[in-house]
Design a protein around this ligand. Structure first.
Ligand SMILES: [Zn+2]
Length: 263
């Protein structure tokens, strides 16, 4: 048994977390319950997060709705871009996330924004077959990872938010007024997010419903000198991932106009 299996075993035995709907045979993968010890541990983490980040830097904390309207995700680009490449086995019809399949079988890292044709080429060149039945793999398609839902008797289209930052951005102008229009402004939120993962992992690593503790700091890029803590962190190293991992200081990252998300 490896360390990861031991952790899962211990978590189950001591009630830290366990699979959701586990009494029933149609329970879906990727949903977990926190038991009493798990909730205690999560609350401790959140206390630390609030004390050391949110309150220390006078950020505003919000608690937004988990269901948001279609136009929010049209505007954010999630409806068209929040997708993973998916392939199917032509023989047993199993679905796989193409980049993960390639990584597991051929040990090749697939860049996140690679087009479908690029994904298909790698599968063909490396002769990748279905890991379950050795069947042939279909061409890749795009699968949107948001959970679509219907609201009211008119079944209006809406979505479960795929990340907590969405309400932070949508609420920004109101919060900016509430805080008397001063930048920099940090807005924090902890809450559930939802992603319709193609192949959720055992345990809490890749879930379909999960907590995020997220902070967005808004500042005026022309007035970086106003960020009185900038000097403290400008030499801190951050890791960026595109086709490979690059380590840059905050200062270098700003000069190169890199963007990153830490959640
Ligand atoms: Zn198969």
């Amino acid at each position: 048994m490896n360390t990861y299996d031991e952790i899962i075993q211990l978590a189950l035995e001591r009630g830290f977390y366990f699979p959701s709907s586990e009494l029933y045979s149609d329970a879906n993968a990727g949903f977990w319950e926190y038991g009493p010890n798990g909730v205690r541990m999560k609350n401790k983490f959140l206390e630390l997060w609030r004390r050391e980040l949110v309150r220390r830097d006078n950020m505003l904390e919000i608690d937004g709705s988990q269901i948001m309207s279609k136009n929010v995700f049209m505007a954010s680009g999630h409806l068209t871009n929040f997708t993973d490449p998916i392939v199917k086995c032509k023989k047993c019809s199993s679905s796989f996330r193409a980049d993960k399949l390639i990584q597991e079988v051929a040990k090749i890292e697939v860049p996140e924004r690679l087009e479908n044709e690029g994904v298909d080429d790698i599968i063909l060149q490396n002769n990748i077959k279905c890991p379950l039945c050795k069947g042939e793999i279909s061409k890749s398609e795009r699968f949107n990872m948001m959970f679509k839902i219907e609201i009211g008797p008119n079944r209006d289209e809406a979505y479960l938010r795929p990340e907590t930052c969405q309400s932070i951005f949508v609420d920004f102008s109101r919060l900016f007024k509430v805080s008397r229009g001063k930048l920099p402004l940090g807005i924090a939120q902890v809450g559930k997010s939802f992603r319709n993962e193609i192949s959720p992992r055992q345990g809490l690593l890749r879930l379909r419903e999960f907590y995020q503790a997220e902070i967005e700091v808004f500042c005026n890029p022309a007035k970086l000198n106003d960020l009185n803590k900038y000097d403290e962190i400008k030499n801190t190293l951050l890791r960026f991932y595109d086709t490979r991992i690059v380590e840059l200081s905050v200062e270098e990252a700003l000069e190169q106009k890199r963007s990153c998300q830490i959640s």
